[in-house]
Ligand binder design. Sequence first.
Ligand code: GDP
Length: 147
Amino acid sequence: MDITLALLKPHVVRNVYAFQQIKQIIHQNFTVLHSKEVHITKQLSEHFYAEHKGKFFYNRLVTFMGSGPCHAFILQSKDSIAKWRELMGPTKVYKAVYSHPDCIRGLYGLSDTRNACHGSDSEESVAREISIIFPELDKNRLSAVDS
Ligand code: GDP
């Protein structure tokens, strides 16, 4: 069993129906170890998305992430990173709608920036992103759950 970080972006947290539907998908597929509403300040968002600094969409992305509360989850399952990314679908919403219409981004994404959700893409990203979004958690206890 391993863990991943999932983040629901502001427009889906604001949309009661979308939020409920995505939570249902999460609970059907994972054990939720931790879950909380999180207000991602611009500063936090810049740190979280540092690898994209300088790209044309960076300012739009970090501003959008601070436009309202997000909801963060630490999810556990076998192959949790790949599983959550598959449930999210492609980054680009036009592609998601066309090729994976039933994925979360295909159903609830509005644009490439407002593509409904985030998921860590590697074990290193999981550790880094959990320490940013859940700084209050003890890393050693999380890896104990992970084993
Ligand atoms: P992810 O791991 O699938 O979320 O994709 P990335 O790590 O490549 O990108 C992080 C976030 O940046 C994505 O979820 C999108 O919201 C945003 N993003 C990536 N590529 C683009 C793009 O070409 N245009 C816009 N507007 N946003 C993008």
